[in-house]
Design a protein around this ligand. Structure first.
Ligand code: EPZ
Length: 428
């Protein structure tokens, strides 16, 4: 099994090109099911989850053609997807269990084919992650959904889904995406209240509009969708990954470095950049992207995760690693997922001083971390271990790096290009 080996202590300097966003790509890919035209997605990141989603769509009858070689420092990979016909409406357990985002075929299949059979996603390291809000929202558009043998069996009413009113009790990114993709082909108007406002949702809306959909309130918590009888094909460019960019910003912070995050979008990262500034880093907006510069140790601070535009839960672990070497004490409160501190005992193995009390982690900054073998448990937790390894004395070995490959494109290449001593060992 692959492992990543890092010899820490290098100050990172240079520029990192930010890839297309994983969490945007995973909701743009199923849009191909909504039309019999061609959907071409460019700036598509090379990630295990994107490949898995491609396989899932192939099983439903979607043809996928990948074009564009990787250039020196960039990625112009594009995938053309074509669902001339829906050959199957079944998303099998074997794919869904490896990638929860598979649930995002439910809405589009219901809207286009009038039915869907989707394996219920199993458990997840970071929390229970139920999908009740997805189901309630689709039922508000007239779907009938039952659970049988671990599969959701969903049917649209004859004549197709109907416009309706959805009001989410809590903000859910996935449920908003699923009902949005269903509503664009429903008969009549759908109003979605307390919708998620994450930039990936706005990216989804823009892509759907490029395909002929009609959506008002993009970027707000109230979305109004006028259903169409059909959508057409489109060419769409995936937005830059704000979480990947934030992760590299923390790499600058923890190594006292100076990195240009090429192609990063500041408007999508306000809370992240505010957090970096509060920790004493310098954030500069340049024409090619965002420059993050660190002098000395980060300052301690208090952060609480919450839905966009607040501080994202997907940045909590990376900030924790950076603040583990900060001046003073920090408090981090995780309000979205109930089990998102799996990285704490691993950071402690490297000498971090962190106490978890319920949803809050008290991080007392230490002078140094020391390299050790550590175990990745989920995507962002594994990035926090890589960050700690970049600053630690000696060698760190991160095991189970398949977690990283799900969300970080060419991680070792990007980090070694700015001075990190990092390599992947595939014989481990
Ligand atoms: C998306 O997950 C992201 N994944 C997650 O990123 C991210 O952490 C999360 O949004 C929050 O920002 C993708 O986009 C593929 P939610 P999602 O529905 O859609 C509860 C990463 O590291 N909930 O907004 O699954 C849920 O349990 C990943 O890239 C229900 O109770 O998140 C959670 O506590 C990890 N019922 C909260 O809502 C539901 O039906 C927010 O979940 C749905 C959600």
């Amino acid at each position: 099994m692959d492992r990543i080996i890092i010899r820490g202590g290098q100050r990172l300097v240079g520029s990192v090109r930010i890839s297309g966003a994983k969490n945007a790509a995973l909701t743009l890919l199923p849009c191909a099911l909504l039309t019999d035209g061609m959907l071409t997605l460019s700036n598509l990141p090379r990630l295990a989850d994107v490949d898995s989603f491609g396989h899932l769509l192939n099983g439903l009858g979607v043809s996928t053609t990948v074009a564009g070689a990787r250039t020196g420092d960039g990625n112009d990979r594009a995938m053309t997807l074509h669902a001339g016909e829906i050959a199957s409406t079944v998303a099998p357990y074997d794919i869904v269990r490896r990638m929860r985002a598979s649930i995002l075929v439910l809405g589009p299949l219901l809207a286009r084919a009038g039915e869907a059979t989707v394996s219920l996603p199993g458990g997840c390291a970071i929390g229970n992650r139920p999908i009740d809000l997805h189901l309630k929202a689709l039922e508000a558009l007239g779907a009938e959904i039952e659970l049988a043998a671990g599969y959701l069996k969903a049917k649209a009413p004859s004549g197709g889904l109907k416009g309706g009113h959805v009001s989410f009790p809590i903000v859910s990114v996935g449920a908003t995406e699923n009902v949005l993709m269903a509503a664009v082909l429903a008969n009549g108007e759908t109003v979605i209240d307390n919708a998620a406002r994450e930039p990936e949702i706005a990216d989804l809306c823009r892509c759907l509009v490029a395909m002929g959909a009609e959506i008002e309130g993009i970027g707000s918590s109230r979305l109004v969708v006028k259903g169409k009888t059909s959508l057409h094909g489109a060419d769409y460019r995936v937005m830059p990954d704000r979480i990947e960019a934030g992760s590299y910003a923390c790499a600058a912070g923890i190594t006292g470095g100076d990195l240009l995050l090429e192609g990063a979008c500041a408007d999508d990262m306000v809370a992240i950049l505010d957090g970096l500034t509060a920790a004493g880093l310098t954030v500069t907006h340049e024409s090619e992207g965002i420059r993050v510069t660190a002098e000395g140790r980060p300052r301690g601070l208090s952060l609480s995760t919450a839905p966009f535009p607040a501080f994202p839960t997907d940045m909590q672990a990376q900030f924790m690693a950076m603040l583990a070497l900060g001046e003073g004490t920090s408090t981090l409160t995780e309000t979205i997922f109930e089990n998102r501190y799996m990285h704490v005992p691993e950071l402690a193995r490297m000498g971090a001083d962190i106490d978890v009390q319920g949803r809050t982690a008290i991080v007392r900054g230490v002078d140094k971390l020391v390299g050790a073998p550590v175990m990745a448990t989920d995507l962002r937790a594994s990035m926090s271990l890589v960050l700690a390894g970049l600053a630690a004395e000696g060698q760190t070995e991160v095991l189970r790096v398949y977690h990283l490959d799900r969300g970080y494109e060419r991680l070792e290449e990007k980090l070694s290009a700015v001075g990190a001593d990092i390599e992947r060992d595939s014989d481990g």
